[in-house]
Design a protein around this ligand. Structure first.
Ligand SMILES: [Zn+2]
Ligand SMILES: [Zn+2]
Length: 345
């Protein structure tokens, strides 16, 4: 089968690999869609891996952790799935028996393996996965839609449900890359008034089509005053930082109102904050937003379908796997937003 590897230094190899064999409790899918994510860029450059152990990012593991396809083989011990089922892939393969796995939070399992980082991922013609990680895709949702419904839509829906985002809330989304765009779509789908914030004019314009009420340029020196004006002096109930930058994270903490909540979603390793003024004196809740439990999948699908959310609209570019070098180069240079590999055969 055809597969992508990252040997490092922004090189892309397309190699011929044996089709994976599956064992007890596993299924094999024929890939139909696999999305590129900002967290792939550490493996692409060879500089770091946001998750994964020693094997991640060493040029041996096939990347791709936002994947969807069709089941072509079912291993022994799997009776709830069959050949031909359409599925999206939950990226966290857990041990299956610890308390985190049993509650569906396989990404919190101490021995979890991450698709596309520790184990071969979706940028290949076939992917082997535990049956528990095969998330059935409703007929109305395309494979491309299914791929972006995992890391982006799924993560944001679960996070925003946890923060009680609803029609009586003002939600600020900071950083309107693919994850921020998904955050905007979900928050407006939940009925909230969304204040979308970025420095790129096209992203601000796009956020309006996703349901944002206000689109603000974060380079505006008066942005905090503007948000206070919109919220009648109270600040927002929820601020979601998808930028991962210290400026974005601090803006989120500054504009969240009393009893408000801030979510850090954009990956980062270091930032400086002022806990007394930004958190303590406001009784703020600060949470991390990262992926969703297996148990949330059917609710995520129901939400997307009932609100008729255009999840495919989040995709800016489509490529074939043969175009992988071009696809990663353009994504790395931010010449695309969400880009997805598609198999039409
Ligand atoms: Zn991702
Ligand atoms: Zn476990």
């Amino acid at each position: 089968m055809k597969a992508v590897l990252f040997p490092g230094d922004r090189q892309v190899q397309i190699v011929d690999r044996p089709t994976p064999t599956i064992g007890y409790g596993q299924v094999l899918i024929k890939s139909r869609a696999s999305a590129i994510c900002r967290s792939d860029m550490g493996l692409y450059s060879g500089a770091y891996a946001v998750v994964g152990g020693d094997s991640a990012g060493k040029g041996q593991i096939i990347p791709g952790h936002e994947s969807a396809g069709e089941i072509v083989q079912v291993g022994p011990g799997v009776d709830h799935l069959k050949i031909g089922d359409r599925v999206a892939v939950h990226l966290a393969f857990g041990c299956g028996h610890c308390s985190h796995c049993l509650s569906g939070f396989t990404m919190l399992c101490s021995s979890w393996k991450c698709l596309g980082f520790d184990v071969d991922g979706g940028n290949a013609d076939y992917v082997a996965l535990p049956a528990a990680n095969a998330l059935l895709l409703p007929d109305e949702i395309s494979f491309a839609g299914g791929a972006v419904m995992t890391d982006m839509i799924g993560s944001q829906y679960y996070l925003q449900q946890k923060l009680h985002v609803a029609g009586n809330k003002r939600v600020a989304v900071i950083g309107l890359g693919p994850m921020g765009a998904a955050a905007t779509l979900i928050a407006s789908g939940l009925g909230a008034e969304v204040i979308a914030i970025d420095i790129i004019e096209e992203r601000l314009k796009f956020s309006k089509t996703l349901g944002a009420t206000h689109a603000l340029d974060s380079r505006d020196a008066n942005i905090k005053a503007r948000i206070l004006e919109i919220t009648k002096g109270a600040g927002v109930e929820v601020a979601i930082d998808c930028s991962g930058s210290p400026i974005g994270q601090n803006l989120a903490l500054d504009i969240a109102g009393k009893h408000g909540a801030v979510a850090f979603v954009g990956e980062s390793s270091k930032t400086e904050i002022n806990p007394s003024d930004q958190i303590i004196r406001k009784l703020l809740t600060v949470v991390g937003g990262w992926y969703f439990p297996l148990s949330a999948w059917s609710e995520i699908c129901d939400f997307v379908l009932s609100r008729k959310l255009n999840v495919e609209g989040l995709i800016s570019h489509r490529f074939t796997l043969d175009q992988a070098a071009e696809a990663f180069d353009k994504f790395d240079k931010r010449e695309t937003e969400k880009a997805v590999f598609i198999w039409n055969d």
